[in-house]
Design a protein around this ligand. Structure first.
Ligand SMILES: C[S@@+](CC[C@H](N)C(=O)[O-])C[C@H]1O[C@@H](n2cnc3c(N)ncnc32)[C@H](O)[C@@H]1O
Length: 239
């Protein structure tokens, strides 16, 4: 997807980018590739692929959810900033918090935010399991989201405790989401969530399936969750 196609595809979805926003994406691409030579940030480095598989794919959540309002987002395991940084570029009104367990990625994100002059962004080197125990963080975000971090039964324990009651947990998935949903539904309920809808589409130019799960945070998460780091993955809440 070249820049013209990227701009047109977003325009079609009602997202128009200014010259400044396009510059920010261009700088993001350059820094990603430059820093990737020193540290492992992504396997995707070819320009048109970065625009499609990282930028467009991250923004696709906005085709199904209104990010144009003032809202706080916590992006768990964002790595090099996906999906929340492309969303922040498109919707500067968002307050973005990223939590990632790899320090190197947080160093990159701090540099990126300075270069792109992003405001209202905060980056934490932590695991979601311990971040949720910090003062003021638990059940404090309007939206919690993650792309390519863990299967739903595990991911729910990382994301739902951080979403406020009345908020939304958005899980961005590739294929096989239906099966994951069936297995993950129990964890979603236990943690205070309720599956709302699943949006399914294919990435343009690729025959690659994408699923975005929207889960409403209905009730408070029981105090015992999240469990210790590593436990959600070792002993997922599954029936
Ligand atoms: C496969 S990468 C995905 C990165 C990004 N979301 C994307 O879509 O490109 C998974 C990331 O999740 C982070 N991660 C995994 N488990 C985590 C946890 N429990 N808490 C915080 N970050 C975690 C890893 O450090 C890594 O950066």
């Amino acid at each position: 997807m070249n820049i013209e196609q990227f701009t047109a595809a977003l325009e079609e979805k009602g997202i128009s980018l200014s010259a400044r926003q396009l510059d920010q994406f261009e700088m993001y691409f350059k820094l990603l590739v430059e820093w990737n030579e020193k540290m492992n940030l992504t396997a995707i480095t070819e320009k048109e692929e970065v625009y499609l598989k990282h930028f467009y794919d991250s923004i696709s959540a906005a085709f199904y959810y209104d990010f144009s309002k003032q809202a706080s987002i916590c992006d768990i395991g964002a790595g090099a900033g996906f999906p929340s940084i492309p969303l922040k570029i498109c919707f500067p009104n968002l307050q973005v918090t990223i939590v990632d367990s790899l320090q190197k990625r947080i160093t990159f994100l701090n540099h990126l935010a300075t270069q792109l002059q992003l405001e209202d962004v905060a980056f934490y080197h932590d695991r979601a399991e311990t971040f949720a125990k910090r003062d003021g963080m638990r059940e404090s975000f309007d939206i919690t989201m993650a792309r390519a971090v863990a299967r739903l039964s595990v991911l729910s324990e990382l994301c739902l405790p951080l979403a406020k009651v009345g908020g939304t947990f958005i899980a961005m998935k590739a294929a096989a989401a239906e099966e994951e949903m069936e297995k993950g539904n129990h964890a979603v309920k236990v943690l205070g969530g309720e599956m709302q809808r699943i949006e399914n589409f294919r990435l343009p130019e690729e025959d690659s399936e994408r699923n975005i799960l929207f889960i409403a945070k209905k009730r408070q998460t029981p105090k015992k969750y999240p469990r210790k780091p590593g436990t959600p993955n070792k002993l997922p809440i599954e029936k």
